[in-house]
Ligand binder design. Structure first.
Ligand code: ADE
Length: 228
C-alpha cells in the first residue's frame, strides 16, 4: 500500500507532516506533496485546497504522479443530521455531489456517463478508518454530500435535506475525490469531524473548531489507522 492522505486545510493535517519519517517534499501544481513513512506505512500527505476541482486535481496527481494505491481524505464537515453533533465523526459509505444537476438530460445528481449519483467508498478501508476513529469520537457511517458551497444558512441545509434526506454531513471535496478514485480504480475512504451544524452559526463554529480541535482528531485517527 502507498497511501495518499488529503486534507483541504493545514489545520486538518497539522502534525502528520511532522510525523512522517524521512520526508521528501515535492512541489507540483501549487501544492506541496510530502512523501515518507507514517508508522511503517508508505504515505504521501498533501493539502488539496478547497472545493471539488481542487480536490479532483489533487487526487489525480497523487495517483498519476506519486503512485499512490489508496486514498484517505480527512477533514471537517457541517452536520447534515440532527443525530450528528459537533465533535462526532462521519465515515462515508458513499458520497454525492449535491450541486450537480444536468437535468433534464440526466437525473439530478447523476454524474453523466457513469450512471451513478453517488460513489461508494472501499469497504475494507472504510471499516479500518471507522475502527481507528471509534476510540476518539462518536462515529456515524453513511452518505456525505459535497458541493462548491459553504453551507452557512439554515435555509440552505434545509433545502439540501429536502432533496437528499439521507445526508449525514456536508463538505466541499469528498465526492470529487470519490469520482476520481472511481474512474481510476483506486480504493478510497473519507472521514470528517463535525465542526458546525451548517446553519446560520456555521461560519463562526467552523473557524473556532478548526483552530482548536480539528488537527488533533485527524492526527489521532490516522495514527490509529496506520498502527492497526
Ligand atoms: N466544512 C465544514 N463545515 C462546512 C459547511 N457548513 N459547509 C460546507 N463545508 C463545510
Amino acid at each position: 500500500m502507498r497511501l495518499g492522505i488529503i486534507s483541504a486545510l493545514a489545520e486538518e493535517q497539522q502534525g502528520l507532516i511532522e510525523a512522517l519519517q524521512s520526508p521528501a517534499r515535492h512541489f507540483h501544481g501549487m501544492r506541496e506533496y510530502t512523501a515518507g513513512k507514517l508508522w511503517e506505512i508508505d504515505a504521501v500527505c498533501v493539502l488539496s485546497r478547497i472545493g471539488k476541482v481542487a480536490a479532483a486535481m489533487t487526487a489525480t496527481t497523487l495517483v498519476e504522479k506519486f503512485g499512490v494505491t489508496h486514498i484517505i481524505f480527512t477533514g471537517v464537515a457541517g452536520s447534515g443530521d440532527k443525530n450528528v453533533q459537533v465533535g462526532d465523526m462521519v465515515v462515508a459509505e458513499s458520497l454525492i455531489q449535491h450541486d450537480f444537476d444536468a437535468s433534464p438530460l440526466f437525473p439530478q445528481f447523476e454524474i453523466p456517463l457513469t450512471g451513478l449519483s453517488s460513489f461508494a467508498t472501499d469497504v475494507a478501508l472504510t471499516d479500518r478508518l471507522a475502527a481507528a476513529a471509534a476510540p476518539i469520537a462518536r462515529v456515524h457511517r453513511g452518505l456525505i454530500a459535497s458541493g462548491d458551497q459553504f453551507i452557512g444558512k439554515l435555509t440552505q441545509i434545509l433545502a439540501l435535506k429536502t432533496a437528499l434526506p439521507d445526508v449525514l454531513a456536508v463538505e466541499m471535496e469528498g465526492a470529487a475525490v470519490a469520482q476520481v478514485c472511481f474512474e481510476l480504480g483506486i480504493p478510497f475512504a473519507v472521514i470528517r469531524t463535525i465542526s458546525d451544524n451548517a446553519n446560520d452559526d456555521a461560519a463562526v463554529d467552523f473557524m473556532h473548531f478548526i483552530k482548536t480541535v480539528a488537527s488533533r482528531y485527524a492526527f489521532a485517527v490516522i495514527e490509529n489507522f496506520c498502527k492497526a
